[in-house]
Design a protein around this ligand. Structure first.
Ligand code: ATP
Ligand code: MG
Ligand code: FE
Length: 336
């Protein structure tokens, strides 16, 4: 069974063809990073325009590379939120056109469920599961009692982890998105700045990264003012150690309260080597919990993950009609 999937929530236009929910026949990703990096972040209007230019090209490439035709498809999946409204609308409109024209079911997919399902390309998800979702706009712990059930148990109160990476990267003169380069530098330096680890001792599953970000920026600015040069490798290592400590400690706390069969690490920041190593170590203490990490190349935004999440939604009978609209602030519900 073939699913055609669309993703356009932020700055990647992507179209994929997925077989049986876990085989990638094609996954075309047109990134706009070069257009946004001179602004230091994603410019919504620029993003929408690029999506419009790219979406049909990506669609044609995805079908061609997969070697399939519209008549071979079983359903069309699309990210309808969360994200930039103008960007989301492009994917939603494209998916509706294909679904309507070819009489296919239209499956609405939450972008964050998509990030979780990037892990499905490694092996099947086993329930109950817990996902540590770390990306450019989100940092949350999501409990999944069963397929298609996503409930938040904790989230960031301010900045997302990826956002913090990108903002501290900016003061070091690193191009957006800075996560990958800071990760590289971090492995060459030492944690000798001892930046704050917010909320680690609080009995909840929430995060906060704005204090860490401010502390980092103040440290760099203060050194600039007195003409002192700080080692960027040590700054990166210290920042990363603080982020990883908080993410790992909160995840361990969550696993103690919610014993699950599987911990899933997903989202753009899940590509972080320091985080992957740390979570691999922490999971050892949980005999009944296995670790499932999204593949490195599928941590960032892509349509393959939307196809995988769309497949299980479709199997459960979840579908939308032609009134489907973009929902920029779409969120999972909180666990009671
Ligand atoms: P969201 O998924 O919350 O809507 P988004 O789609 O913009 O946001 P993603 O594409 O999932 O975010 O992730 C992009 C983020 O991942 C950026 O902030 C980027 O800096 C960060 N990132 C990418 N690679 C790494 C890495 N190796 N270490 C840390 N951060 C990374
Ligand atoms: Mg992106
Ligand atoms: Fe994303």
């Amino acid at each position: 069974e073939l699913i055609l999937a669309f993703e356009s929530s932020c700055d990647e236009t992507s179209v994929a063809v997925i077989e049986d929910g876990y085989k990638i026949l094609s996954n075309i990703v047109a990134t706009q990073i070069n257009s946004h990096k001179r602004f230091g972040g994603v410019v919504p209007e620029v993003a929408s325009r690029h999506h419009i230019e790219q979406i049909t090209l990506c669609l044609e490439d995805a079908l061609c590379e997969a070697g399939v035709d519209y008549k071979d498809l079983s359903a069309v999946a699309v990210t309808y939120g969360p994200g930039l409204v103008g960007a989301l609308l492009v994917g939603v409109a494209a998916a509706k056109v294909v679904a309507f024209t070819h009489g296919l079911p239209l499956i609405p997919v939450n972008h964050m469920a998509g990030h979780i399902y990037a892990a499905r390309f490694v092996e099947p998800i086993v329930f109950p599961a817990l996902a540590l979702l770390v990306s450019g706009g989100h940092t949350e712990l999501v409990y999944m009692a069963e397929t298609n059930s996503y409930e938040i148990i904790g989230e960031t109160r301010d900045d997302a982890a990826g956002e913090a990476y990108d903002k501290v990267g900016r003061v070091l003169g690193i191009n957006y998105p800075a996560g990958k380069e800071i990760d590289r530098l971090a492995h060459l330096g030492k944690d000798n700045f001892n930046f704050p680890r917010a909320m680690v001792d609080e009995d909840n599953f929430d995060f906060s990264f704005s204090g860490l970000k401010s502390s980092f920026i103040n440290t760099v600015h203060h050194a600039d003012q007195i003409g002192k040069k700080l080692d960027h490798k040590d700054l990166a290592a210290s920042f990363q150690q603080s982020v990883v400590d908080v993410l790992a400690q909160k995840t361990v706390r969550a696993l103690r309260k919610y014993p699950v069969k599987q911990l899933i690490l997903a989202g753009g920041v899940a590509a972080n080597k320091g985080l992957r190593e740390r979570i691999e170590n922490e999971i050892e203490q949980f005999d009944d919990t296995s670790l499932l990490m999204a593949p490195l190349q599928l941590c960032g935004d892509n349509a393959a993950m939307i196809g995988a999440a769309g497949y299980v939604a479709w199997k459960a009978g979840i579908k939308a009609d032609m009134s489907l609209n973009a929902e920029p602030s779409l969120e999972f519900a909180w666990l009671d």
